[in-house]
Design a protein around this ligand. Structure first.
Ligand SMILES: [Cu+2]
Length: 157
C-alpha cells in the first residue's frame, strides 16, 4: 500500500517536473524571437514605433498564377499595398528589388506633392526620406508595371 502510494507520488512529481521543463522551453522560445537590444522589466512588450517617424520596408513581389500573355497584365506587385503615416511624420521608405528576373527594373514612385522616385535594378535597393506634410490618399506605383503595381500612401491629419 505504501509502495503504491509512493509510486503515485513519484509519478506526480515527475509529471510536474516534465510540465515545468516544457514551460521553460516555451518561455525560451519566446525570448529568442524578441529583438536582441530589448531590455526592460520582464513582461514588457516594446513598441516598435518611434513618435514622429515612420520607416517602411517595401519589397517587390510576384502574384502567383498570373498568365501575362493571357491576361495582358504583369503579375508584379508590392509586398505591401498600404502605407499609413500621420501628418508631420518623417517618412523613410526602404525599397528592395527582389525580382528573380535579372533584367527587371522596379520603382517606388509617388507623384505630387511628394515627388518620390526610387528606381532600382536587379538585386538593388534604395531609400527615400521625406516629410508627410500633406494629408490625403496618394498612389505609389512602379513606373514599369502599370496599371497593376500600385499601392496607397495614406497621410492622416
Ligand atoms: Cu515594377
Amino acid at each position: 500500500m505504501i509502495a503504491i502510494g509512493f509510486s503515485i507520488l513519484v509519478a506526480v512529481i515527475l509529471g510536474l517536473g516534465l510540465e515545468t521543463s516544457a514551460q521553460l522551453e516555451e518561455t525560451n522560445e519566446t525570448e529568442i524571437t524578441m529583438p536582441i537590444n530589448v531590455t526592460g522589466p520582464r513582461g514588457v512588450i516594446p513598441s516598435m514605433s518611434t513618435p514622429g517617424e515612420k520607416t517602411f520596408y517595401v519589397f517587390t513581389a510576384e502574384v502567383e498564377g498570373v498568365d501575362e500573355e493571357k491576361l495582358g497584365i504583369a503579375g508584379d506587385s508590392f509586398d505591401v499595398k498600404t502605407l499609413v503615416a500621420n501628418k508631420g511624420d518623417k517618412v523613410n521608405v526602404k525599397f528592395y528589388n527582389v525580382d528573380e528576373v535579372r533584367t527587371e527594373r522596379h520603382s517606388f514612385t509617388i507623384g505630387d506633392p511628394y515627388k518620390v522616385d526610387i528606381d532600382v535594378g536587379f538585386a538593388e535597393n534604395g531609400n527615400a526620406t521625406f516629410a508627410a506634410n500633406q494629408t490625403g490618399v496618394f498612389t505609389f506605383y512602379c513606373k514599369y508595371h502599370q496599371p497593376v503595381m500600385t499601392g496607397q500612401f495614406i497621410v492622416l491629419p
